[in-house]
Write a protein that binds this ligand. Structure first.
Ligand SMILES: Cc1ncc(COP(=O)(O)O)c(C=O)c1O
Length: 419
């Protein structure tokens, strides 16, 4: 049976342990919510201060050229590309994941409409993140398409037929943490004549992603989760080079124009992925995101995403083992797949009663996870800064919360807006 000393020994032997030093982790907090909002990198405040005071305050508008503001979406995009198996110049940072999804799904539908007009279905999962489903629903209305949702991932294959235009999936499910095989599903979609749109919100920076290797068509993802870009950090968008210039994306804005400073009245899309930009880039947010992405790239000398993945799986394996051993008999049901090939970087538990309150009681004890309706307690394990001993200590707090019944206190049962 694993002991706390054993966990300390694992940390002592962990080659990735020094990466934790990059983060301003609050004392006394075990943070298991990097899948929702990544931790502040230590360098971010000074970098933002520099952008504000020097680049904005002193150099003012000259910074668009002098400080490279105008190409920041591409510069940060090229860094994220290294984490998700995309080439340089193929990915930009812009807007939100939702807005980018709108752009790529529109493009995918437009391609299919031109080439295979009888393909009118967008196939996805009912449990997909709601914004993905809302965007798809909205586009389905505009394009006269149909949104087909399956309840079980095993049913996806049967939906890949001559009616399917686009298979739109989130690679790691936000609730259960289940990981899809991107390469296999993309192959199946292509064999059926469909295109793929992948949401990498819970995979970019969490596990190795190989967009080119999987031959995916379109992808979007978040900057504020495992990329540590800060609250509301801009998102990213990638389009396979074979598709990128085939269509305008529908939000034709001046920053996505081939020559924005010609100020011509007619739209001419920029070559390549730059046409997926829309309006003026949010420089402060981009600067913060760059700091966050750099914390992940800092793992490259230690084995990069493959090494982070190995540690992430070791952490989630340990968490499952310890919860099952030390919190047995408290009605916790594992939602996340036991099969590690099907697991992202989080572990979720279901409990018939009190899930929200248990998470609140844990937060009061300095162990931060979150809750997703109706009954899911989520714990994210960011291998950059989570230690094995944190897993032990978090499980010990969970055991105490469950055994004491402390979660039943009224203050832990009052729902806040953000859960
Ligand atoms: C899978 C997934 N997609 C999209 C989003 C939301 O993206 P945004 O707020 O950038 O539009 C989230 C947020 O948690 C998510 O989990």
């Amino acid at each position: 049976m694993t002991t706390r000393d054993h966990c300390l020994a694992l940390d002592a032997a962990d080659a990735l342990a020094p990466l934790r030093e990059q983060f301003a982790l609050p004392a006394g907090t075990i943070y298991l919510d990097g899948n929702s909002l990544g931790v502040l990198p230590k360098v971010t405040p000074a970098r933002l201060q520099q952008v504000v005071a020097d680049e904005w305050g002193r150099d003012l508008i000259t910074s668009w050229n002098k400080a490279g503001w105008i190409t920041l979406p591409q510069r940060v995009g090229d860094k994220i590309a290294r984490l998700v198996g995309a080439g340089p110049g193929e990915l930009v940072v812009t807007d939100s994941t939702s807005a980018n999804l709108f752009k790529v799904l529109s493009a995918a539908l437009a391609i299919q409409h031109a080439e295979a007009p009888r393909r009118t279905r967008i196939v996805s999962e009912r449990g997909n993140f709601p914004t993905d489903l809302y965007i798809a629903e909205s586009l389905a209305r505009q394009h006269g398409a149909e949104l087909v949702l399956v309840d079980d991932a095993h049913a996806l294959a049967a939906c890949l037929d001559e009616r399917c235009a686009v298979l739109m999936l989130t690679q790691v499910d936000y609730r259960s943490g289940r990981l899809h095989d991107m390469a296999a599903l993309t192959r199946a979609a292509h064999d059926a004549g469909a295109l793929t749109v992948w949401d990498l919100a819970h995979s970019a920076g969490a596990l190795p992603v190989d967009l080119q290797g999987a031959d995916a068509d379109f992808a979007v993802g978040c900057g504020y989760k495992y990329l540590n870009g800060g609250p509301g950090a801009p998102a990213f968008v990638w389009v396979h080079p074979r598709h990128v210039e085939r269509f305008w994306q529908p939000l034709a804005g001046w920053i996505g124009h081939a020559a924005p400073f010609d100020f011509t009245p007619g739209y001419r899309p920029a070559p390549g992925i730059a046409r997926y930009l829309v309006g003026t880039p949010p420089i402060l947010s981009l600067a913060a995101l760059e700091c966050g992405v750099d914390t992940v790239l800092a793992a490259e000398p230690f084995g990069g995403m493959a090494a982070l993945r190995a540690k992430s799986l070791a952490l989630t394996r340990l968490f499952i083992e310890l919860v099952e051993a030390r919190c047995a008999g408290h009605g916790l049901e594992l939602v996340t797949p036991r099969d590690e090939a099907l697991r992202g970087s989080q572990v979720s538990w279901r409990r018939a009663e009190g899930g929200y309150a248990i998470v609140q009681a844990l937060i009061a004890r300095g162990v931060v996870g979150d809750f997703r309706v109706p009954d899911v307690m989520r714990f994210g394990f960011t291998p950059l800064y989570t230690r094995f001993v944190d897993v032990w200590d978090a499980v010990e707090q969970l055991r105490q919360v469950l055994e004491s019944g402390q979660w039943r206190r009224p203050e832990f049962n009052q729902r806040s807006t953000v859960t």
